[in-house]
Ligand binder design. Structure first.
Ligand SMILES: Cc1cc2nc3c(=O)[nH]c(=O)nc-3n(C[C@H](O)[C@H](O)[C@H](O)COP(=O)(O)O)c2cc1C
Length: 379
């Protein structure tokens, strides 16, 4: 327990505890991706709630890479001022925040982007929208867009950046043999499938310098036929380590594939918690940089075990903090009851309806409670 609440550094970034808010799309930006007061309030509530570090929602680095509605954008300079307001408020409230840089690739929301989605290669039956297979010129442009977005993040006052290479989005598609069937130098062996990552890492480092914290979120495995497996993800992790990445967040699964997707439902027992922990342990043994574990962490006991048994160095949480942004303060102050999140994934729904992601289950429970109270007032 004590180790969870001691300070540590990741490439010079001071974290007051071992808890990280995993990147979580809030659906609270403007249609153009600009920061709104509601989004700032949401981040401030997390900062006040005691989390050591916030990872922003996936933020699209170029217009065709938008993956969700009302998603944060970081694709042009006029978005920097709003992002600066956000980082300033987080810092004023004792928090730290890094920006998650993302491109949705094949999973881009083409109704919003009004452009074909960019695919790593053509894979029969995996396309449900219009798409274009990326050319070498597209890859060069996207590498540049990552570097430019990283520079914007730094200018906006973010404490670092995280490249999103998980869940079936663009970079994860390159790693995955199920999506990446390219015959050129970007496909085939794992060394080829990480080539775009290496190019991005080089370009980003050049843009932000060696001192700037740079994380990567990656799948330990895709859990689909012919998907990325742990042997290849271990090799990729070693390469990221050698390329100067400062921390690896271990996730897994592909969005829209059901039970084994990144946000697994029904975490209602200790055994179901921390569902990527065996993989994280292997990745931690393969690298000499901090490993962050995400996925189904619900109890303080599990968090303590992960750190004490050296499965990972940091605990990352998304859904539990949607319901309880102050969960970490609660645990630190001695109320060690499990997170109230039911892991039912209903929180996504209001986000897609334009009302921002929030815990509907809590709302229903509160309504029931007040109905009971109203009845009892009349009894
Ligand atoms: C509403 C919602 C939005 C999410 N948005 C992102 C995102 O923007 N980027 C990302 O890497 N993962 C995203 N995730 C996945 C989480 O970061 C995390 O990997 C996953 O939910 C498992 O962690 P948990 O069990 O603590 O929720 C999202 C999850 C939820 C529930």
């Amino acid at each position: 327990m004590k180790r969870l609440f001691t300070e540590s550094y990741i490439n010079g970034l001071l974290l007051k505890n071992r808890f990280i808010r995993a990147a979580t799309w809030e659906g609270l930006a403007t249609p153009e991706g600009a920061v709104t007061p509601k989004l700032i309030d949401r981040m401030v509530s997390l900062a006040k709630g005691g989390i050591g570090l916030i990872i922003s929602s996936h933020s699209y680095i170029s217009k065709e890479g938008q993956g969700t509605p009302w998603q944060i954008g970081i694709y042009e300079d006029n978005l920097i001022d709003g992002l600066k307001d956000l980082t300033t408020e987080v810092h004023n409230n004792g928090g730290k925040i890094i920006s998650q840089l993302a491109h949705a690739g094949q999973y881009a929301e083409t109704k919003l982007t009004k452009q074909p989605a960019l695919s790593v290669s053509y894979v029969p039956d995996s396309h449900d929208s219009s798409f274009k297979v990326v050319s070498k010129a597209d890859i060069t442009r996207i590498v540049f867009s990552y570097a430019a977005a990283a520079e914007r993040a730094k200018a906006a006052g973010f404490d670092g950046i995280e490249l999103h290479s998980g869940h079936g989005y663009f970079l994860s598609q390159f790693l995955s043999p199920a999506y990446n069937q390219r015959k050129d130098e970007y496909g085939g062996s794992i060394q080829n499938r990480v080539r775009i990552h290496c190019e991005i890492l080089q370009a980003v480092r050049k843009a932000v310098g060696l001192e700037y914290p740079l994380f990567i979120k990656m799948n330990c495995a895709d859990f689909i036929d012919n998907g990325l497996d742990i042997e290849d993800s271990l090799q990729a992790a070693r390469i990221f380590n050698e390329m100067g990445v400062n921390a690896i967040e271990v996730s897994g699964g592909i969005i829209r594939t059901g039970k084994l997707a990144p946000s697994r439902p029904g975490i209602n027992s200790k055994e179901k918690e921390a569902y990527f922990k065996e993989y994280a342990k292997k990745i931690k043994a393969a690298v000499n940089i901090p490993v962050i574990l995400v996925g189904g962490i619900k109890t303080l006991d599990t968090a303590i075990n992960i750190i004490d048994e050296e499965i990972a160095d940091y605990i990352s949480m998304s859904r539990a903090l949607i319901r309880e942004p102050d969960l970490i303060n609660r645990w630190e102050k001695g109320d060690q009851n499990k997170a109230k999140c039911k892991f039912d994934n209903l929180c996504f729904n209001p986000g897609f309806e334009g009302n921002g992601v929030y815990c509907i289950t809590q709302e229903i429970e509160n309504k029931r409670l007040s109905a009971i109270q109203v009845k009892s007032n009349y009894s």
